[in-house]
Design a binder for this molecule. Structure first.
Ligand code: SF4
Length: 435
């Protein structure tokens, strides 16, 4: 067993939870250990053991030597939304929005959208989950339809996932209320407003929510967790995760299903043979939106999708300009990458599709480029000799149409990830006849 399991008090949108246990208390797997004060989600222990420490940000549990798969079931509730609240279900795709709130939306003429896009390249656990247990995802969609009153649902999935589409179709048989919508393999195809645009040919404003289009969007693993809560009384104590990168086991993805929340990422990397020599960084999440974390302290949370160990960064000691996207790395992350490349930042600008709403960058039309020549010209004027961008597939394509012509070589903040695993870099989109 691991020495300690750590449960952050904030694994969701909202404020940190309040612990309802005390130091020294014995805990069973599945027991609730913290509750939200307002917006938030309950937190349950994924192990049996003793609470050894409670801080402002986490509850630390020393696990018993022997663990069981059994867990304390959540209390029975009258509604699906209340059941999901008791189970502490949050958006497992990374956002962490409390799911019970989405399930209280009334959608008499609306739609449930199952987000099975697995938008971030190199992550494989969502598609793996669908291929392994498609019926649990479909049941989750039906529970969500029942809770919201939606009469119809769509499953949004990239057309390249042939096996997952096949097993979903087999499960759906003659159920015409749930339809599969195949999407192209571009970033950020899984962004909620991009999915709604792909299905209904309608752009929501950056300030609008899917509910404004009569939709509730739920990630594949979130739907699985809804089914687990409703049918088995299981709280969210385990998480699917992809571990990939510069590992001794090779560059193929390692998909771990149902890893106890609180597990150290280091222990998962060790299960893959450990890191293969010198590395650049550990990214938790996907290559586009993940965060760089310390390998010694990173843990599995309710929202961790991936653990990526990268090759070292390239070095460029000259002046660099940053072009920020709303759906990829933000300015802070681009500055972090630039500093790891030993570059000197001389200018920063945003894609002109970015709108700042309540302190966060939002894109007007995710994945549809508004043109980048102006931004690149601005960075050149600031003295940049190269540019580092975090744009979507379409906008990176546009940058490649103008930056090299202006004499500016281009880096994308995902380059070191894709080089690690031999994926194509985010640059020019293939022409139709090449794809
Ligand atoms: S259009 Fe601009 S802001 Fe929107 S996803 Fe593409 S690069 Fe990002």
């Amino acid at each position: 067993m691991e020495q300690f399991y750590s449960f952050p008090l904030k694994m969701h949108v909202g404020g940190p939870d309040t612990p309802i246990v005390k130091e020294g208390q014995r805990i069973k797997r599945g027991e609730c250990i913290a509750e939200p004060k307002g917006l938030g989600a309950k937190i349950h222990s994924s192990v049996s053991g003793n609470v050894v420490k409670i801080t402002d940000s986490a509850i630390v549990i020393k696990p018993d030597d022997k663990q069981s798969e059994e867990y304390v079931k959540i209390k029975k509730c009258d509604s699906i939304a209340d059941t999901v609240y008791e189970a502490g279900v949050v958006g497992a795709g990374g956002a962490g929005f409390p799911t019970h709130i989405k399930l209280k939306t009334k959608l008499s003429n609306g739609y449930i959208i199952a987000n099975c896009v697995e938008c971030e390249p190199v992550l494989h656990h969502n598609i793996g989950r669908i291929e392994k247990k498609p019926e649990e995802i479909i049941k989750g969609i039906r529970y969500a339809m029942s809770s919201t009153g939606a009469k119809k649902a769509y499953i949004a999935i990239k057309s390249k996932h042939l096996e997952a589409i096949k097993v979903l179709k087999n499960c759906l048989k003659n159920d015409n209320s749930i339809q599969i919508k195949e999407l192209p393999d571009m970033y950020p195809m899984g962004e909620e407003r991009a999915i709604i645009h792909a299905i209904f040919d309608r752009w929501l404003e950056p300030t609008q929510l899917p509910a404004d289009a009569d939709c509730v969007v739920l990630n594949a693993e979130t739907l699985f967790n809804i089914t687990m809560a409703v049918e088995y009384g299981k709280p969210v104590i385990d998480k699917d995760i992809t571990v990939i990168g510069k590992l001794k086991s090779g560059i193929e993805p390692n998909v771990f299903f149902q890893v106890p929340v609180g597990t150290s990422i280091k222990s998962l990397i060790e299960k893959c043979g450990g890191i293969d020599g010198e590395y650049g960084e550990l990214i938790i999440g996907g290559p586009y939106t993940g965060t760089s974390q310390d390998i010694d302290t990173a843990i599995v949370t309710k929202t961790s999708g991936g653990a990526i160990v990268t090759i070292p960064f390239p070095e460029y000691k000259g002046p660099i300009g940053l072009l920020v996207c709303a759906c990829g790395a933000n300015e802070a992350r681009l500055r972090d990458v630039a500093s790891k490349m030993n570059s000197q930042v001389v200018g920063v600008t945003k894609c002109k599709n970015v709108e700042e709403i309540k302190g966060a960058n939002k894109c007007k039309t995710p994945g549809h480029c508004p043109g980048q020549a102006q931004a690149i010209m601005y960075l050149k004027k600031q003295g940049a000799k190269r540019v580092l961008i975090s744009n979507c597939s379409d906008c990176s394509n546009t940058v490649m149409c103008c930056a090299p012509k202006m004499g500016l070589p281009v880096y994308h903040h995902t380059d070191h990830v894709f080089r690690t695993v031999n994926y194509p870099l985010t640059r020019r989109l293939p022409m139709e006849h090449e794809s």
